[in-house]
Design a protein around this ligand. Structure first.
Ligand code: PEP
Ligand code: MG
Length: 765
């Protein structure tokens, strides 16, 4: 549901940003709501305080000629009733409502369901939003929930536009100039991260030292070569230091960006090219410039974005050498970035990973970069550092001034410079909706059901840096470590040793708790630059997960060796993705024992008491669980893929997202069946690590199905714990029994919500 709300809010924010005229904004909003909520009619009435009337201000579905003309007193009609009472009215056959008022010429007689929601903000009602449909059943609970959430936004919009009207009528001619000077500007780019950032602008325009260099010749090329070699040595040292700083801030995986720099510094072809220019009589600086120009031209001709982005890394390295050369010669080139206040949004024409690490990262709220795409290293770094970032926002710097207020919306890929009051109000609410401090009131409480059954709550992570929040949210170890990120950020296969270092760090961070490491789940949707994946018509059904690993044995074995070696330092569980046939599991076990024997033969310390598991995420497994259990110690239900494959609904496709629902009774039957089968195998583990495990509404059903081991995004742990502590296992079983006979997810949601109210969990609804 949250994703639906966010989709609508995103669309509304775009409408507000792109239209100055309030009537136009409301017109667009009713269209968006009607489309996204499957309502044939959506109308907005605004309260006119002077006339004490509600005025039809926008409609999609009714006769639009009546906009501005239909006026209702508070208490008049269904709309007036909702307004006066401040309560939602959700009815069928509205003509039977005691306050019904027929609006002639509107065409509303066709519609038999009527939802009327007051537009209220801070206790003040400013209008009403109506939805109408032909069917004579009231709107579902989930639709009313979505409408309730977006109504606050619309109410804010109305209030702020009223405020602007007052301001406009009071303003002097001179004040208009001021308004123009402060006009909002919106620029668009590509999101390199999720999230919203609010802050003030800092402009960081990089000087292009290479463009400024005038070519100079020297007569003593051997002195220049010596200078170059000295500078390269110093650059290597500086690069390692930057890498160390990066490691202390994030993780080895992310700092590996600097490995690429070291590779450039060691690259013989590159160094020979610089030396060749020196031997032609150029100074080191001029040689660096010529080589850079040459490589930039070559890179820009390459088709693949990822290679073009590498050009920035090369330039970064050459510039580092250049600056060292200049400082050896006694010339000043330093241009450190000073970010004085917290919550700054950096606007830059170009940003390199090393620039970012030279900045006080804790003060950076967001990044807007004119160049680069989502796969640029700096974009990956921004993700790892949890900094919202928009890349490729062309011609932005000319439109922003230092200290301008800025809102960066990575969902809509918009940057609002000097946002209007409407936009500000909109984001204030959105931020309140999406950001929440962890609820630590349950941190010391056991994760047990009301009758004392222990439920393990573990975390899903992709980065070492995420281990830092485990304790904050009360996670007991890691139930799913997705190793893909470690592989995806590199342009080359990480060595066994560098993988080992990363895994080891994770074991050390969790101090004796279990760590479930999932081997690479790559495929056409998550490509690796160094593994050639053929073009596929249906990548999701194609060469993915274990299918790739079993045909790339060296890659597979290297990862297993690194995992087993690190596992000697902790409690290891290995998890295999996308298993669909028993034969794959048999082959996987063979590979695993080969790797173990090799480590043993070489006397390399490794884990010898790890557990082997598989993801239960392909429907073919459901009816052969017993056969698979001969080869695994545990299974972890990957609900994201299991729903995708069971309902034939692409998990990444917004068009079909309404069909993706873990509360669908058919899916709950699947979960119940799996739990039932495992009851006969008490020695085998059953976990769940898909998104469903972090959904509070699903918790009673998961526990009712007999699943006692859950893994989720760390932030979901506090609400999940709150729910499970409120129920006995028997109550969960009864609830599951009750809902599996229902016909749709809305009814299941209804049952669970009523149950939450009885349990005092109203604030989770
Ligand atoms: C899943 O499919 O539910 C799962 C946890 O794996 P992923 O989301 O990484 O595919
Ligand atoms: Mg999966």
């Amino acid at each position: 549901m949250l994703s639906k709300i966010l989709t609508i809010l995103r669309k509304i924010s775009k409408i507000i940003a792109e239209n100055d005229d309030q009537a136009q904004v409301l017109d667009e909003i009713v269209k968006v709501l009607s489309k996204n909520l499957d309502a044939e009619v959506c109308s907005i009435y605004i309260y006119d305080e002077e006339a004490n009337e509600l005025v039809l201000s926008a409609t999609c579905g009714l006769n639009s000629d009546l906009v501005g003309k239909v006026r209702l007193k508070p208490g008049e009609g269904v709309t007036g009733t909702a307004f006066k009472s401040g309560e939602i009215v959700n009815i069928s056959n509205p003509e039977k409502h005691p306050r019904y008022k027929f609006v002639r010429g509107s065409g509303e007689e066709r519609y038999k369901s009527f939802l009327s929601v007051p537009l209220t903000v801070s206790g003040r009602c400013v209008g009403v939003l109506n939805l109408q449909n032909a069917g004579d059943v009231p709107f579902t609970l989930s639709i009313t929930d979505v409408v309730k959430s977006v109504c606050t936004q619309i109410a804010n919009l109305i209030i702020s536009s009223k405020m602007l009207k007052v301001l406009a009528s009071e303003s002097e001619p001179g004040a208009k100039g001021l308004a123009r000077k402060q006009k909002q500007v919106i620029v668009r780019g590509v999101s390199a991260n999720v999230g919203i950032a609010v802050g003030t602008a800092v402009i960081y325009v990089k000087r292009d030292y290479f463009a400024e260099i005038k070519l100079e010749k020297t007569i003593d090329d051997s002195k220049e070569i010596l200078l170059l070699e000295h500078a390269i040595k110093a650059a290597r040292k500086e690069t390692s230091e930057l890498g160390r700083k990066a490691v202390s801030l994030i993780s080895e995986a992310d700092a590996s960006i600097f490995d690429v720099h070291i590779l450039f510094l060691d690259d013989k072809t590159l160094l020979d090219a610089i030396k060749l220019k020196i031997s032609e009589g150029y100074t080191v600086e001029s040689s660096l410039k010529l080589v850079n120009d040459d490589y930039q031209k070559k890179f820009s001709r390459l088709q693949e974005q990822i290679f073009r982005e590498k050009a920035l890394d090369l330039k970064d390295v050459l510039l580092r050498i250049y600056k060292i050369v200049r400082s050896i010669r006694g010339a000043e080139t330093k241009s450190e970035i000073e970010v004085e206040h917290s919550r700054q949004i950096i606007f830059t024409n170009e940003l390199l990973p090393s620039d970012l690490f030279k900045m006080p990262i804790d003060k950076i709220a967001g990044i807007v970069c004119e160049r680069g795409g989502a796969t640029a290293h700096v974009a990956i770094l921004a993700r790892a550092l949890n900094i919202p970032a928009i890349m490729g926002a062309k011609d932005t710097i000319s439109q922003v001034r230092a200290n301008d207020e800025v809102i960066l919306d990575c969902h809509a890929e918009n940057v609002y410079i000097r946002p209007s009051e409407n936009v500000r109000a909109h984001f204030r609410d959105l931020l309140a909706l999406t950001s929440s401090e962890p609820d630590d009131s349950l941190l010391d409480k056991d994760s047990v059901t009301e009758d004392g059954t222990e439920i393990s709550l573990r975390a899903n992570i992709s980065l070492i840096s995420e281990t830092s929040v485990l304790r904050r949210y009360g996670a007991k170890g890691i139930g799913l470590y997705r190793t893909e990120f470690l592989f995806m950020i590199r342009e080359y296969m990480p060595s066994e040793d560098s993988q080992y270092q990363v895994y080891l760090k994770i074991f050390k961070e969790v101090k004796g708790e279990e760590v479930t490491v999932r081997v690479l789940d790559i495929g056409a949707d998550k490509p690796l630059p160094y593994v050639k994946i053929p073009q596929e018509d249906n990548p999701v059904l194609g060469w993915r997960g274990i299918r790739v690993l079993l045909s790339q044995k060296e890659l597979f074995k290297t990862q297993l060796r690194a995992i087993l070696r690190a596992g000697a330092q902790g409690r290891l569980k290995i998890l295999f993705p996308m298993v669909s046939c028993v034969s794959q599991m048999i082959e996987t076990r063979q590979v695993l024992s080969e790797v173990e024997s090799e480590l043993h033969a070489k006397n390399i310390p490794h884990s010898d008491n790890y557990k082997v598991g598989m993801m239960l995420e392909v429907p073919s497994v459901i009816f052969s669980i017993e056969e698979f259990l001969e080869y695994v110690d545990f299974m972890s239900i990957g609900t994201n893929d299991l729903i995708q494959y069971s309902f034939a609904v692409d998990r990444g496709n917004e068009m079909v997202s309404s069909l993706f629902n873990p509360l669908h009774p058919s899916f709950l039957k699947i979960i119940s069946h799996i739990g039932h089968v495992f009851k006969s195998y008490p020695g085998k583990g059953l976990a769940m690590c898909g998104e469903m495990a972090g959904n509070p509404y699903a918790i009673p059903f998961i526990i009712g199905a007999g699943i006692r081991d859950l893994s989720m995004g760390p932030k979901s742990i506090p609400p999940v714990k709150r729910v499970l502590r409120a129920y006995t296992v028997k109550e969960c079983e009864d609830l599951l029994d009750e809902v599996v006979s229902l016909h749709n997810p809305e009814s299941v949601e209804c049952v669970v919500k009523q149950s939450f109210i009885r349990k005092g969990l109203k604030n989770l609804i």
